[in-house]
Write a protein that binds this ligand. Structure first.
Ligand code: GYE
Length: 332
């Protein structure tokens, strides 16, 4: 256990002009100090993820949490990690905004002997030992779940036989593993089907306002007679922005006919939109990763090794799979 908190207490004591009582120092020495670099607060998923981390890394559980919100900028995450290294934290928990560009700073953490746990998105580094474990979702698998539902649904409704199936694709933050994985499944499916056409592909940055703006732009420039069969959004907040723009431009959303809207996360609001038929199919992405992360740190604290890759169970939902009961039970 390291001494950030103890030093802080000593400094406070010095500033107050008195020596820290010995029992305070020895108690505080037991805190495990976590430096956590969060992407931002761009989506409902992200807010739930931050809350899940704050709920486990509490003083009552023996932790001191230094939480840094990078406001969607990798350079802020790099600065935060360097600060954590300087503060000599016990562990770094990193939700990396994008996959690339981490080699130097993670090498610095490695050289300082601070284990790095990746949560949510992944990184691509030349030396795999630069992080201890990755805890999160398999984004590529999520997109395969969506594509499997789509192919079956198109067969059932007869739409598979249409001469064309026109797709608008709203991507997440470019280079984020959630974007890379969710895009991969769609692009493979497009390759496989001769009648599937990608008519627009834009970045919605995982946010509702950005997606509303880009969708409004796309719909305003497409010819009025343009048939749109699907809008593939890479998270719920993007879907909300896309639905608003579609409705304002007079498009009907629907599985049988109209625009099919696909989304990821399955937050309570997303599931409700799916139950109401606004989102046609939604794939779960569970943000409640706090307990798995804390468990991993406990393993490491006890000298045990942690699994390098820890995926959380996830499934997809169509409208008919969703009940009020499920909505009530949803924690995010
Ligand atoms: O789907 C989205 C968030 O990386 C899994 O990022 C995460 C994604 C999530 O902003 O809502």
């Amino acid at each position: 256990m390291k001494k950030y908190y103890t030093r802080f207490m000593l400094l406070l004591a010095l500033l107050a002009g008195c020596a820290a009582p010995p029992d305070v120092v020895s108690d505080e020495e037991d805190y495990i100090v976590i430096g956590l670099s969060q992407v931002g607060a761009e989506s409902d998923w992200r807010i739930a993820n931050s809350e899940s981390m704050k709920a486990v890394f509490t003083e009552e559980n023996g932790y001191e949490l230094i939480f840094d919100d990078a406001r969607q900028k990798q350079e802020n995450q790099i600065i935060a990690i360097r600060n954590f290294i300087q503060q000599d934290v016990d562990y770094i928990v990193l939700m990396p905004i994008v996959e690339d560009g981490w080699d130097s700073v993670l090498q610095e953490a490695y050289d300082a002997g601070i284990p790095v746990i990746l949560v949510d998105r992944d990184v691509s580094v030349s030396n795999p030992r630069l992080y201890t474990s990755h805890i999160g979702s398999n984004f590529y698998r999520e997109s395969l779940i969506a594509m499997e539902w789509l192919e079956n649904s198109l067969t059932e409704t007869g739409r598979a036989a249409d001469a064309s199936f026109n797709i608008i694709h709203i991507q997440g933050t470019p280079g984020a593993s959630a974007q890379v994985g969710r895009t991969a499944g769609l692009e493979q499916a497009i390759e496989k089907h001769d009648n599937w056409n990608l008519i627009a592909q834009e970045n919605g940055d995982f946010t509702r306002p950005k997606t509303y703006e880009v969708m409004d732009g796309i719909l305003s420039t497409l010819p009025p007679e343009q048939k749109i069969d699907m809008v593939y959004c890479e998270n719920d907040n993007e879907a909300f922005g896309a639905i608003q723009a579609l409705e304002e431009h007079g498009y009907q959303i629907g599985v049988e006919k109209g625009v099919i809207v696909i989304s990821f996360d399955a937050t309570r609001n997303g599931l409700r939109a799916c139950m109401e038929g606004k989102i046609s199919f939604i794939v779960e992405c569970n943000p409640l990763l706090g307990e798995m992360t804390e468990q991993t740190i406990q393993y490491l604290e006890h000298g045990e090794s942690a699994a390098r890759q820890q995926y959380i169970y996830e499934r997809g939902y169509a409208s008919e799979d969703i009940t009020e009961e499920l909505l009530k039970m949803r924690e995010y």
